[in-house]
Design a protein around this ligand. Structure first.
Ligand code: EPZ
Length: 418
């Protein structure tokens, strides 16, 4: 197991390029089985979630070539409609494979992905949407078996604008007979990126980013060479770290409108933020005042994936912040670790009250999920003294070269094996 050793208190200065977005690369990889022709995706980050998705593609029979700046997927040899259970456990977003494997094979078998450290994460909206397209679903013994003699377009209304369900339905509808309309669809930029990717393959998808996505089924899809959007959550994590520690950083590769809700809060905290095309420049004196309330919402609201990191920043703001997590049931596991660093955080259900303290002190803390782990790094960078952050397996799922990028900004951080 690895740990980070961080000597806090350094201001952060410099420039970073965002990685390709984890939460767009994963559905794009799933979509690559929709054609027999070569699919090239550029800038695929070297993170565990991507490596696991590539393992799943290999297991269904795809050939993968990892080149310097791109990943090439050849699905002409794909033969299996079964997603290996051990990989589903590793990677919840393997559930996105359902839609594309069904489109390819008219059958799909996956073990129930189950919950994870941030909540139950049911997939009822995925399954009800697939049923509307004519998929027969049998859930037995922890497995979900799907089959569809043919996929037929339908009107689908999502009870909740689920990102995964929206993506799975699009992947199952792109070659269905007729037209599919998904109402109350997720509006995240990653959905727009999936639409652009599929249309570059010859699909007919429109409306992504709005509340209604319309998919006109086509007969076939061809290969593509595609560059995904930048990772807005990775970028937001570095912006929060610099806001909290003080300094000046420039992040490129993420359109500011993709994290407008965060930028709005950071400005309220007292940061100076300038934006130009896909560049975001943040300047902070590290002495921030609290905002009264932060509520996570589906896009374009405040992203749940930045809730933990932002809460870490709130710990040393002047004043009290009320944080409400509306998307996941247990996304505060990091709070107990922040308290070990001297934070004043009270959690009740989906709400956290964070009273700003003068300073945090270094401590040995344990990461329990991806974004909670990133929050502990944000806090340790700000804290006085040395912190050990153990179990980096979570952070490594979503942040490529995390310590190198932070070191480049002037942080005193190193990874050691324990
Ligand atoms: C995606 O997860 C992201 N993951 C998550 O990022 C992100 O937090 C989430 O969207 C919300 O933005 C990927 O894209 C790989 P949802 P997903 O379906 O699709 C409920 C990270 O840190 N729901 O939008 O699983 C669910 O319980 C990860 O990078 C149902 O009730 O999220 C939750 O309360 C974490 N039934 C809410 O919707 C369903 O069938 C949002 O879930 C599906 C979801």
């Amino acid at each position: 197991m690895d740990k980070f050793i961080i000597d806090g208190g350094e201001r952060l200065y410099g420039k970073l390029q965002a990685q390709s977005a984890k939460n767009t690369v994963l559905p794009l990889l799933a979509a690559s089985v929709l054609t027999d022709e070569q699919v090239k995706i550029r800038g695929v980050p070297t993170i565990c979630d991507v490596e696991n998705m590539l393992r799943i593609l290999t297991e269904v029979g795809c050939r993968i070539k990892r080149q310097k700046d791109c990943t090439v997927i050849d699905s002409s040899g794909a033969v299996s409609h079964e997603i290996p259970p051990r990989l589903t456990k590793e990677l919840r977003s393997s559930v996105f494979m359902l839609g594309s494997v069904l489109t390819r094979f008219r059958r799909a078998k996956i073990s129930y992905p189950g919950g994870c450290d941030i909540g139950l994460r049911p997939i009822d909206l995925h399954l009800s949407g697939l049923k509307r397209l004519g998929v027969e679903i049998c859930e037995e013994g922890g497995y979900i078996e799907c089959k569809a003699d043919k996929l037929v377009g339908a009107e689908i209304l999502l009870d909740f604008p689920s990102v995964g369900a929206t993506e799975n339905i699009i992947l199952a509808a792109v070659k269905a007979e007729g037209i599919t309309v998904v109402r109350n669809a997720a509006k995240e930029p990653e959905i727009v990126d999936l639409q652009n990717f599929l249309n570059a393959m010859g699909a007919r998808v429109r409306g992504a980013g709005g509340g209604t996505v319309v998919i006109e089924g086509v007969k076939r899809l061809h290969g593509v060479d595609y560059t995904p959007i930048g990772d807005r959550i990775e970028a937001g994590t570095y912006l929060i770290a610099a806001a909290s520690c003080g300094g000046e950083i420039e992040i490129s590769g993420v359109p500011p409108e993709n994290i407008a809700a965060l930028l709005h809060k950071l400005r309220e905290n007292g940061c100076k933020i300038h934006t130009k095309n896909d560049k975001i420049i943040l300047r902070s004196d590290g002495k921030l005042k609290s905002v009264d309330l932060v509520e996570t919402m589906p896009f374009p609201g405040f992203p749940t994936d930045l809730q933990a990191q932002y809460s870490a920043l709130c710990c040393t703001c002047t004043g009290t912040t009320l944080v409400v997590e509306n998307l996941f049931e247990t996304r505060y596991k990091y709070a107990a670790e922040l308290k070990r660093m001297g934070a004043d955080v009270t959690v009740r259900g989906r709400t956290a009250v964070i009273r700003g303290v003068e300073k945090l002190h270094g401590a040995r803390v344990t990461a329990s999920d991806l974004r909670g782990g990133a929050a502990l790094v944000v806090a340790a960078l700000k804290a006085e003294g040395q912190s050990d952050i153990v179990d980096l397996s979570h952070i490594d799922r979503g942040y490529a070269d995390f310590e190198y990028k932070l070191k480049k900004l002037g942080a005193k951080i190193r990874r050691v094996r324990i």
